[in-house]
Design a protein around this ligand. Structure first.
Ligand code: 5RP
Length: 217
């Protein structure tokens, strides 16, 4: 079964959670690309915010109502892909360099839902962990960071340089705290389980749904 088929299945299962009248955060990436038509087909009345210009453009092409992240201060739900999904709900995100906006939207969401094909399911997270770095003082920030290389990628929509942490990630909370404490490091791509409510991972023709919020309750 193809990865594209799995992306579509996971997305369709997650899209069922979206109800009329909801505020919705739209993630970024090739998996989210399946979410947009699935939502458009349902013709619901929604207020959507996109986590990247490419998602915004694709959503608007489908007549989904996208607005700037200004007046909305929380979302009923946000749906997004991931680069790696660990069994306990830790994620690596930012392969598409959108992790800063994605994390802001996830943190503002009552229910942050992850959609993934089976290649994203890992037994333990591994490097690289994406980073976004402020342009101001970039060389000085790089000097403070160890095992980090700048990615040959365009600046983020917010002007940040994209880099990757290549060091060990055995202690996820420790690495997240370390990367989060560097002035000039705007955001890293480690998403803790506390941010994640649901994970839909498709394998072949079936979709595995893990509700982390329920397991925490
Ligand atoms: C973008 C992301 C994406 O969600 C992640 O890279 C997965 O992308 P895809 O669905 O294309 O595999 O974090 O910053």
């Amino acid at each position: 079964m193809s990865v594209e088929h799995e992306k579509q299945l996971a997305t369709e299962a997650a899209a069922e959670l979206i109800e009329d009248g909801m505020t919705v955060g739209l993630g970024t990436g090739s998996t989210v690309a399946y979410l947009l038509p699935a939502l458009a087909r349902r013709a619901l009345s929604l207020r959507c915010v996109a986590t990247s210009p490419r998602t915004e453009e694709a959503a608007l092409m489908l007549d989904l109502p996208v607005e700037p992240f200004g007046s909305i201060d929380r979302f009923d739900i946000a749906i997004d892909g991931a680069d790696q999904v660990a069994p306990d709900g830790w994620l690596v995100k930012g392969g598409g360099a959108a992790h800063t906006r994605e994390k802001i939207v996830a943190a503002a969401s009552d229910r942050f839902v992850v959609i993934a094909d089976s290649s994203k399911r890992v037994t333990a997270l591994r490097p690289p962990v994406p980073l976004e770095l402020l342009e101001f003082g970039l060389a000085a920030t790089m000097r403070l960071l160890h095992s980090v290389s700048l990615r040959n990628a365009p600046r983020s929509p917010d002007g940040g340089a994209i880099a990757d942490y290549q060091g060990a990630v055995d202690d996820l909370a420790g690495v997240a705290a370390l990367l989060g404490a560097i002035p000039g490091a705007v955001e890293h791509g480690l998403f803790p389980p506390a941010l994640v409510a649901d994970v839909f991972v498709a394998r072949g023709d079936s979709v595995e749904h893990h509700n982390h919020a329920k397991s925490r309750a």
